[in-house]
Structures are given as C-alpha cells and as structure tokens.
Design a protein around this ligand. Structure first.
Ligand SMILES: Cc1cc2nc3c(=O)[nH]c(=O)nc-3n(C[C@H](O)[C@H](O)[C@H](O)COP(=O)(O)OP(=O)(O)OC[C@H]3O[C@@H](n4cnc5c(N)ncnc54)[C@H](O)[C@@H]3O)c2cc1C
Ligand SMILES: Cc1ncc(C[n+]2csc(CCOP(=O)(O)OP(=O)(O)O)c2C)c(N)n1
Ligand SMILES: [Mg+2]
Length: 594
C-alpha cells in the first residue's frame, strides 16, 4: 500500500499538535505521533511483550505501514536498505531481550557504513531493570559500541524530545544508527503532549557543515599545481548527496577519479575519467594511480585497510593528500593527510568549484596529458578480462555482466550479499547513478541481500530490484522470502551458486595452500522448490546460453519474486586481488600469478 505525500503531510500537521492544546497521551501514542511527524512511511519490526503497547498504537493509525519481518536482523537490514536507497532515515522496531540481540548485526552493519537509522527497542518496565527480568538485556550497554548514539527513555514526558533528537542525530553530520530503548511502562503511562517539538538543540553536538575557506583555497592551489592528480571518493559523496558537485568538479579539472566499494555510483562508471573501483579487488589503473599520484583529493572516503593495503607500502611514494570529511575523527586516522577539510562534501565541493571558476590558474595540461597516457597504459591491460566465451560452465562474471547489459538503461537497484559474488557485482555492474548499489562494506554482513532488496522495493515499487547473492549468504536471511510474499515486494534474486563459501575458499587457496577447511557447502536445499514453497518462482540455470533467457523471463514476471539458481564455475576466483599484507600495486592478476 502506497501512502501519498498529502496524507503524510496532513498526519504530520495533526500530530505536530500545531494549534492544539496539550492532551494526555500514552507513551506509545507519543512515539507513533513522533514517527508520523518525522514523515516516516514504513517501519520494519517484530512484536513481543515489551512493545505491545507500541504495536497497539500502530493498530490505531494508518499512515505508517508496518512490515512484519521473520527475523529482527532482517528488520534492521530492510530499514537500512531503504535508507541507503532513499537517503531517508530507516526505522525498525524490536522487542526487548532476544528481539534486540537479534537486531545487533543489523545495527552494527548500518553503523560501519554510516547509515541513518532509528531503532526502537522495547525494554522491561523501569522498576524491573537490573533485576534479571524476563527478556531483559542491557540494550544501551550492548549497542553502545555500534551506534552513533543511544537513549534509554525513563519517563514518557521525554519521549517526544528524545525521538526528535534521535532523528536529528541519525541524519545529521556523519549519519549513523540511533537506538531508542523504551521500557514497557514508559510506553503505557500517560503524559501531557503539546505537539512534536519543531526544534532541537544539543550543546554538545553541532556537526560542522561548512569547510574552512582558507583550507579549501590551499587545496585548490595544490590541485592546480599537481602533475599527477587523482580524486578518490567514497560513501560520503552518496551520503552527502553530492554526486552532481563531484561530476562538475571532475569535468572542470579533467582529472582521473575512482570510487571505493561504498562510493560506486557517486561518479558514472561509464565515463572515461573513471578508473574503476580501487582497493583489494580494484582495477590496476585505479590502484596504480592511487600509489603514483602526486596530489590526492580524498572526498568522503576513509582510507579503509581494504583500500590502502599495506600502509608502509602506501607511504613509500610521496604524495600530498587533501581530505574532505564531515567527521574530524576520520581525518588522519589511518593515513596522515596534509590538508584536512572538515565539512559536508556538498558544501565543500560547491565552494571549491566556485573558487576554480574564479581562478585564473588552470591545471597543467601537458603534465595531465602525460599522466593520462600512463593511466591508459595501465588500463590497456584490461584487468577485468575473463573467459567470456566459455560455453561449458557459467562464469559468475558473465551473469553480472549480462544483467548489467540488460538493465543499464532501466530503473534498477542492485543489492548484494557478501563474498565473491559481491566483488563481481562491484566490478562488472557499472553503476552510473548514486544509491543504486546497496551492499554491506564495512561489516561485510552475509544475509543483507534479500532484506535490502525488500526494503527498497517497498519504497520504489516501480523500480526493478535485483539481489546478487551466493548460496551461502542467501541462506542467512532466506526466511524473508515469506515477508516478500506477504507485503508484495517482488524482487529478483540472482544466486551465483558455486557450492562454496567462495570467498573463504579463495583465501584458503591463496593463503592456506589449498586446505579447504569447512568452505564446501554440501547438502544445499533445492532452491527452486524452496522458492516455490514460499510462493515464488524458482529457476535453475546450468548452461551459459540459458543465462540471458532466464534473466529476460524473470524480468517479465514483474509481479513475482523470482529465485534464479545459477550454477556457476566453482573454481572461479576474484581478480585482481591484493593479498593480505601486500601493497595495493602488488596485485595478483589471475590464477597464473598464484
Ligand atoms: C569482501 C569485501 C571486500 C572488499 N573489498 C574492497 C575493495 O576492494 N575496495 C574497496 O573500496 N572496499 C572494499 N571493501 C569495503 C571496505 O571494507 C570498506 O567498507 C570501504 O572501503 C569503505 O568505503 P569508504 O572509504 O567510501 O567509507 P564509508 O564507510 O562509506 O565512509 C564514508 C566516509 O565519508 C564521511 N562522510 C559521511 N557523510 C559525509 C558528508 N556529508 N560529507 C563529508 N563526508 C561524509 C564519513 O565520515 C566517512 O569517513 C570490501 C568489503 C568486503 C566485505
Ligand atoms: C555473517 C558472516 N559470517 C561470515 C562471514 C565471512 N565470509 C565472508 S564471504 C563468505 C562466503 C560467502 O559465501 P557465498 O555467499 O556462497 O558467496 P561466494 O563467496 O561463494 O560468492 C564468508 C563465510 C561474513 N562475511 N558474514
Ligand atoms: Mg558460494
């Protein structure tokens, strides 16, 4: 059921209390009013004793659609997927004790990738806290290291302001998940309610948006004087909705650009200035440019260990680094930078662009042409080539490439799970638009693929939503196929079934002399029948020539969830690869390098 914007606006106006005198409401009702006032359309959750008053309050309203998942982990992932695709705050609701502990993986996943979320958890009544009460757990303690902030609400009169703060903290500055723990009596008791606050002020929390003008000017001078410049961008560009600014900047300068795994889509992959993803499974040209540039502009990217490889090797080449990030704690965390700029990427890039427009100095065209020549030589090695013509066995890359070819001009979202299939999706699906590639990078959580897709499909019912997964990952949240049916969120699952925990097998092959300890997946279910048992369509695809027809058929089944079980080459590995402890240019290019 889609809820119109007008309905939400009228609900929000009603719930803001504008013009209303103070009324007495139960805590649970205040909570629902807060969500309405925040414009929340969907909430993913699972009920239990501690949240039954909240569920009762949901029953009495019809502006927010609650989605009953099958496992709390999936509730948080679905809300997280929704947040990644829409830029809105994702909201989940879980009960106390096991409800919350089940949600922990989802919360940590969102935290690692800086995703704005509010997670409401039920708690035992305030008088029972600390008494080993039934389904009690220390939610604030358990979640403290994996949230941007958390609250335990002890009095219903604080609920409205706490929710206001929670949403503000989740979406401002460096986004992140916020947990609001609500004891049962707090949701039950009545409290005077004078409307949802329209302002929030926190003395200790004031994220900087505008970058320091002097620093930006210094950055400009460095950038224009560069002989071998490089622009390294990450998830922050997507989180800060600054893709247009990034495109303008790159076009003005003509410099090469790369994205991290989390930044894919921040710059169009089809543009020649894009060198592909960098890092452990990045392209030669992207990694070599990172190592050999003389001026690096890092934008909303956090120098992850999967990106810079061995820090000593990375530091061998001298380069000047400009780092734009909204979170001062990201700056010089792993790599020492020369020009830190703390601020929002959109604000900072806008200022940088206007300074470039006003500047009489221009990039050094001769040096840039030489730099591009070097880069093209790296690129000509075509490091993502694979056995495209294989007619015996389905190459996993071929499935992704075929999907990309078929959907590149469509309104499509791609989610993935974690493993080899995730890397092939990142390498072979060439994202041109932001927020189309939805995956877990920081925590690397197997199981996110289906719930992410489910969350997105609800928000984008007219878009096509695909999940690229593996037979290992998909089983971690497979129960959500049931939710997909109940809420009519038809998604297309492309399982690259190699019968292995492939990424683990790859590491065992390369780092553990081929001792495949517990990475072979035997006794797999019949996925076709499993899909059918859940009320969906299942397809088994075993031959390369059937890949395209299967995808075509699945796309035609617009209103059905389709599970495509592609039997892919079990021996295929992800290349290029930077082995643990190696520098980013010390890449394995294929099995011949092993
Ligand atoms: C199997 C596997 C393999 C992987 N291999 C690779 C690989 O080869 N290459 C790769 O890149 N990654 C890889 N990763 C992902 C990696 O672990 C990290 O998640 C990723 O590199 C981090 O991306 P990022 O630097 O863009 O940071 P993000 O986690 O996206 O962080 C964003 C940064 O932007 C900042 N920010 C947020 N909002 C704003 C704003 N409005 N303005 C300014 N700054 C903002 C934040 O403070 C933060 O510092 C892999 C993951 C897995 C699971
Ligand atoms: C919850 C969780 N447990 C373990 C891991 C470690 N891990 C990373 S990739 C991987 C294998 C994934 O197998 P599959 O889903 O079949 O994908 P493939 O690598 O074969 O494409 C494992 C076990 C993880 N990332 N997440
Ligand atoms: Mg597998």
């Amino acid at each position: 059921m889609e809820i119109s914007k007008a309905e939400i606006a009228s609900a929000a106006a009603a719930s803001s209390g504008a013009g209303n005198s103070t009324q007495e409401l139960m805590g649970a009702e205040v909570l629902v009013k807060a969500l309405q006032a925040e414009g929340v359309q969907y909430i993913w959750g699972y009920p239990g004793g501690a949240v039954l008053y909240i569920y009762d309050a949901f029953y009495k309203q019809d502006t927010i659609q609650h989605v009953l998942v099958r496992h709390e982990q999936a509730a948080v992932h679905a809300a997280d997927g929704y947040a990644r695709a829409t830029g809105e705050v994702g909201v989940a609701l879980v009960t106390s004790g096991p409800g919350l502990t089940n949600a922990v993986t989802g919360i940590a996943t969102a935290y690692m990738d800086s995703i704005p979320m509010v997670i409401i958890s039920g708690q035992v009544p305030t008088a029972a806290i600390g008494l080993d009460a039934f389904q009690e757990c220390d939610t604030v303690g358990i979640t403290r290291p994996i949230v941007k902030h958390n609250f335990l609400v002890k009095d219903p009169k604080d609920l409205a302001m706490t929710m206001k703060k929670a949403f503000h903290i989740a979406r401002s500055g460096r986004p992140g998940p916020v947990v609001v723990d609500v004891p049962k009596d707090v949701s039950f008791k009545k409290t005077p309610y004078a409307g949802y606050p329209d302002k929030v002020e926190m003395r200790s929390y004031n994220p900087v948006r505008k970058g320091h003008g002097g620093q930006i000017r210094k950055a400009l001078q460095l950038l224009l004087a560069a002989k071998r410049p490089y622009i390294y961008t990450g998830g922050g560009v997507l989180l800060g909705n600054a893709t247009n600014e990034l495109r303008t900047l790159v076009d003005m300068l003509g410099y090469p650009v790369t994205n991290t795994l989390m930044g894919l889509g921040a710059y169009p992959a089809s543009d020649r200035k894009f060198l592909g993803m960098l890092g452990m499974h990045g392209t030669i040209e992207a990694n070599n440019a990172m190592q050999n540039c003389d001026v690096l502009l890092a934008v909303g990217a956090r120098f992850d260990d999967r990106v810079i490889g061995n820090p000593k090797h990375f530091a061998q080449n001298e380069r000047k680094i400009i780092h734009v990030d909204i979170d001062p704690s990201s700056i010089s965390k792993r790599v020492k930078v020369d020009i830190p700029i703390v601020g929002d990427v959109k604000d900072v890039l806008t200022e940088l662009i206007s300074m470039i427009r006003e500047s009489t100095a221009k990039p050094d065209a001769g040096a840039l042409a030489d730099w591009w020549k070097t880069i093209e030589a790296w690129r000509s090695r075509d490091c993502l080539k694979y056995d495209r013509g294989n007619t015996d066995v389905i190459k996993p890359q071929y499935v992704v490439e075929t999907l990309w070819n078929m959907t590149k001009d469509a309104d499509a979202y791609i989610t993935s799970d974690v493993g080899q299939h995730q890397m092939w999706a990142a390498q072979y699906y060439r994202f041109d638009e932001p927020r189309r590639w939805i995956n877990s990078g920081g925590l690397g959580t197997m199981g996110v693929g289906i719930p992410y897709a489910m969350g997105i499909k609800l928000a984008k019912p007219d878009s096509e939503v695909f999940t690229i997964t593996g037979e290992g990952s998909v089983q971690m949240c497979i129960q959500e196929l049931s939710t997909c049916l109940q809420y009519n969120t038809p998604i297309k699952i492309c399982s690259l079934n190699n019968r292995y925990l492939g990424m683990v097998r790859q590491w065992q092959e390369i780092e553990y002399s081929g001792r495949y300890s517990h990475s072979y997946m035997d006794a797999l279910p019949n996925f076709v029948k499993l899909a059918e048992a859940y009320g969906h369509v299942g397809m088994l695809i075993e031959r390369p020539q059937d890949v395209e027809p299967a995808l075509r058929e699945a796309r035609k089944l617009k209103d059905r969830t389709v599970f495509m079980d592609f039997r892919t080459d079990p021996t295929e590995n992800v290349f290029p690869m930077v082995k643990a402890g190696m520098g980013i240019t010390e890449m394995l290019m294929g099995s011949e390098d092993l």
